[in-house]
Ligand binder design. Structure first.
Ligand SMILES: [Zn+2]
Length: 262
C-alpha cells in the first residue's frame, strides 16, 4: 500500500476520495503527514510501518478537516504538530469534525482525532535524520492550512491544494482572496518542486502547471462566471463549482445568471 515516490518519501492512497497519507523517513524513524482515512486503512498503515521497522517520530496535520487530523494507536505516542491556527480550529470545531467522521467510526480513533499541538516549526526531535521541513502556512482552503516543503528532495506536500482531481476549494470560510494569496505564496515552491503530493489525488511532477490551472479556474469563474476546467466533472465537484459561482456572483452583487459573460 505504500509507494516510495522519491527516496525517503512514501505515499499511501485511501480508497475514499483518493486521500493521501505521506511518510517521510530516514529508514529508521518517520514523520507522518495526514495519515488517513478509513479505520482498516489506518490499521494497515500502522502494520506497514511496523513491517518496515519504522518508528514514528512525529505527526503533522496540514489543516483542521476531519480527514487530515487522524491518528492510530499503532503509530505510538509521538507528538503531533500543526499550525497554531489549525490547533485552535481542531479544538473549537471538534464536535463538527467528529460528526463528519460518521457514527460508525471506532471510538478509539475518534478520540485520537485532532489532538495536535500548534507550532511555528516541526521540532528536530520529530524529524527523521537528514530531513528538513519548511512550513508554508496560509489561509487557502482552511484557516492556518499548511504545506510542507522538503528542500533537499524538492517535494511539496500540498495538503488540500494543487490537486489534479479536485477543484480549488476556497470554502469555510468562503474566502477567495485568501485562496488567491495562498496560491501566490505556494508559487515559488511549485516552481522548484520535483514532486507535488496533494491531499486528494495523484503525486505529480507538475506542481507549477497545477497551480496555473487553479489560478485559471478561479480567474475564469470570477471574470466570466464559468470555467471549462475538466475537474468540474469529477465526483462531488459540480456542487463545489456551483458554490463558487454563487459566491462570486454574490460578492459582485449580481445574480449568478447576470454574471455570465460579464
Ligand atoms: Zn480539507
Amino acid at each position: 500500500m505504500l509507494h516510495e515516490v522519491t527516496p525517503g518519501v512514501l505515499v499511501a492512497t485511501s480508497r475514499r476520495m483518493s486521500t493521501t497519507s505521506t511518510i517521510v523517513t530516514d529508514g529508521e524513524t518517520a514523520l507522518l503527514v495526514d495519515p488517513t482515512w478509513m479505520p482498516d486503512e489506518l490499521d494497515s498503515l500502522a502494520a506497514a510501518l511496523a513491517d518496515r521497522g519504522l518508528s514514528v517520530a512525529g505527526g503533522f496535520a496540514t489543516h483542521a478537516h476531519h480527514d487530515h487530523l487522524l491518528w492510530h494507536p499503532g503509530f505510538g505516542p509521538a507528538p503531533r504538530w500543526a499550525s497554531v491556527t489549525t490547533e485552535r480550529y481542531a479544538a473549537s470545531e471538534r464536535d463538527g469534525l467528529v460528526e463528519n467522521l460518521g457514527s460508525d467510526f471506532p471510538p478509539e480513533l475518534v478520540d485520537l482525532m485532532g489532538r495536535v499541538t500548534g507550532a511555528e516549526a516541526i521540532p528536530a526531535s520529530s524529524l527523521p535524520h537528514g530531513v528538513d521541513v519548511e512550513l508554508v502556512v496560509h489561509d487557502g482552503h482552511a484557516p492556518g492550512h499548511t504545506a510542507l516543503w522538503l528542500p533537499r528532495q524538492r517535494v511539496l506536500i500540498a495538503g488540500d491544494m494543487l490537486s489534479d482531481i479536485e477543484l480549488p476549494l476556497p470554502f469555510w470560510p468562503d474566502d477567495l482572496p485568501a485562496y488567491l494569496a495562498a496560491l501566490d505564496m505556494l508559487a515559488p515552491y511549485a516552481d522548484q518542486a520535483s514532486l507535488v503530493i496533494p491531499g486528494h489525488g495523484t503525486v505529480g511532477g507538475d506542481a507549477a502547471a497545477r497551480l496555473d490551472a487553479d489560478r485559471r479556474y478561479l480567474d475564469d469563474v470570477q471574470r466570466r462566471g464559468s470555467s471549462d476546467d475538466p475537474r468540474v466533472r469529477n465526483p462531488g465537484m459540480a456542487e463545489e463549482y456551483a458554490h463558487l459561482q454563487r459566491l462570486v456572483a454574490e460578492s459582485s452583487g449580481r445574480a449568478p445568471s447576470d454574471s455570465m459573460g460579464g
